[in-house]
Design a binder for this molecule. Structure first.
Ligand SMILES: [Zn+2]
Length: 189
């Protein structure tokens, strides 16, 4: 048979594909340029046991993971604290670590999702996004000491933080800029 002869040259590779992957006969037929039947016959002839199709992934079946994925798709979800997320889903810390770890490993959630711990920081960000207030006022309302420094730190570690809604006038902006750049109290003035 012509196809059997064709396959002889690639039979090691094909046998390997049949044993070690879950590629369908149809896919393999396309890969090796032969018919479905040829692959099927080859598999029978060699008595190859195929791997069972993998079970559905944990994340597809897990309600917790699904909820976390859903929440993570909402705008600015990276600014929700892990404490809030845990409360929402009634997770103990161990469970949180378990599920978030799987999701991170599979990159099913944004890199920064669930990385904020403090609820105060979360509140400060919420105010920051919604209200036209000076950053210092936001900080004291949320109980965050030096919210400038916090913004600066998050910004530096790659968080996508929009510009403040509050518009400072010229002098103020200069002063704020200094603070955000950490110059106050060091180089003086
Ligand atoms: Zn899960």
């Amino acid at each position: 048979m012509a196809t059997a002869w064709l396959l002889r040259k690639v039979e090691d590779q094909l046998a390997k594909d049949l044993k070690e992957t879950v590629l369908t006969f149809r896919r393999l037929a396309r890969k090796y340029g032969v018919s479905y039947q040829a692959i099927f016959d080859f598999c029978q002839r060699k008595g190859i046991k195929r791997l069972k199709k993998q079970k559905k992934e944990h994340t597809e079946l897990c309600k917790i993971c699904q909820s976390l994925i859903r929440i993570s798709k909402q705008p600015q979800s990276e600014f929700i604290s892990s404490r809030t997320l845990k409360e929402k889903l009634r997770l103990k810390t161990n469970d949180w670590i378990y599920h978030i770890g799987i999701l991170r490993k599979k990159r099913l959630i944004p890199e920064k999702f669930g990385r904020i711990y403090s609820k105060k920081t979360e509140l400060a960000f919420q105010i920051y996004f919604k209200e036209r207030l000076p950053i210092s006022v936001i900080g004291s309302r949320a109980g965050v000491k030096n919210f400038y420094a916090v913004l600066k730190r998050y910004n530096a570690s790659g968080w996508d933080i929009p510009a403040p809604l509050f518009v400072y006038d010229g002098d103020e902006r200069r002063a704020r800029f200094k603070v955000i750049n950490g110059r106050r109290g060091r180089t003086g003035k």
